[in-house]
Design a protein around this ligand. Structure first.
Ligand SMILES: Nc1ncnc2c1ncn2[C@@H]1O[C@H](COP(=O)(O)OP(=O)(O)OP(=O)(O)O)[C@@H](O)[C@H]1O
Length: 260
């Protein structure tokens, strides 16, 4: 089902009900990383997931994107139960609908910038959309670096290439795990502007895990994880990012409007 059809039929882009994940750390001993998390993203919005280190943000994101298996509850993307798809169906579904921006850039060091971005198409035996790749690179301030080895780029430039590689496939839902974690201000702004641009499409959605106030403040809605749970009043309470509440969250808590 296309994103447009899913939207028309009333499905959320991403939804989780009672999502839990336990891992066995020693024989007879397991820890609960996610504890019955309910979550819903909205079409045309960038949803931020914030919270203290170790609270389960990345694990939640990975389970929502079908990169990790939850051990309880259910996650669905475009109305499809992502946790119970066969490996083949999941791989196809992710390829057709989802994009994931990892903290580590995961670029192929032996390929240049343009080749890295074209790689997903090459692997599928499809012709890469050269015009779009060049347009993306220009917008990302990398027009001059098209033919450069990715190893010669700064971390910020590499993250922009990684984002371009995700976006060139036009995924319906983009998941991003700390996409500005180690970036300089310029790269961070480009990355966030681009994610924002994706989320401004009413048939797409972005979910971003972040510690950065600058990122959280650009989100349409922010939810908070604390100790494996979605904290009380998620999205309307104070957000413990570097101890500072977000203006948007304060406004919502005070009933002064804002995106829900
Ligand atoms: N496979 C695993 N085995 C054991 N513990 C794990 C596993 N995966 C995650 N954890 C633990 O679960 C907790 C949540 O991890 P997660 O990476 O989701 O947190 P986070 O909120 O994203 O943290 P950070 O902000 O530091 O990236 C952490 O204490 C982590 O060590």
């Amino acid at each position: 089902m296309s994103a447009k059809a899913a939207r028309i039929r009333g499905f959320a882009p991403v939804e989780a009900r009672g999502l839990s994940k336990s891992v066995q750390v020693r024989k007879g001993e397991s820890i609960d990383i996610l504890k019955e998390v309910d979550f819903q993203a909205s079409w045309g919005q960038m949803t931020g997931i914030v919270g203290p280190s170790g609270s389960g943000k990345s694990t939640l994101l990975y389970c929502l994107a079908g990169l990790e298996q939850a051990t309880g509850g259910q996650a669905s993307v475009l109305g499809q139960p992502i946790g119970s798809m066969s490996r083949t169906k999941l791989a196809r579904f992710r390829r057709e609908h989802l994009g994931f921006v990892f903290q580590a850039y995961n670029l192929v060091p032996t390929l240049n910038v343009e080749e890295n971005i074209a790689l997903p198409f090459m692997l599928r035996g499809k012709k890469p959309p050269h015009g779009e790749i060049i347009e993306l690179l220009e917008r990302f301030g990398l027009g001059e670096r098209r033919k450069s080895d990715v190893g010669s780029l700064s971390g910020g430039e590499q993250q922009r290439v990684a984002l371009a590689r995700v976006l060139v496939s036009k995924p319906d839902v983009v998941f991003a795990d700390e996409p500005t974690g180690a970036l300089d201000q310029t790269s961070g702004r480009i990355v966030i502007d681009e994610l924002h641009r994706v989320a401004s499409d009413p048939c797409r959605a972005v979910i971003v895990v972040t510690h950065a106030n600058e990122v959280a403040s650009r989100c349409d809605r922010v939810v908070t994880m604390v100790d494996g749970r979605m904290s009380e009043g998620a999205g309307v309470g104070f957000v413990p990012v570097q101890g500072q509440p977000l203006p948007q969250a304060q406004a919502l808590a005070a009933g002064r409007g804002g995106a829900q």
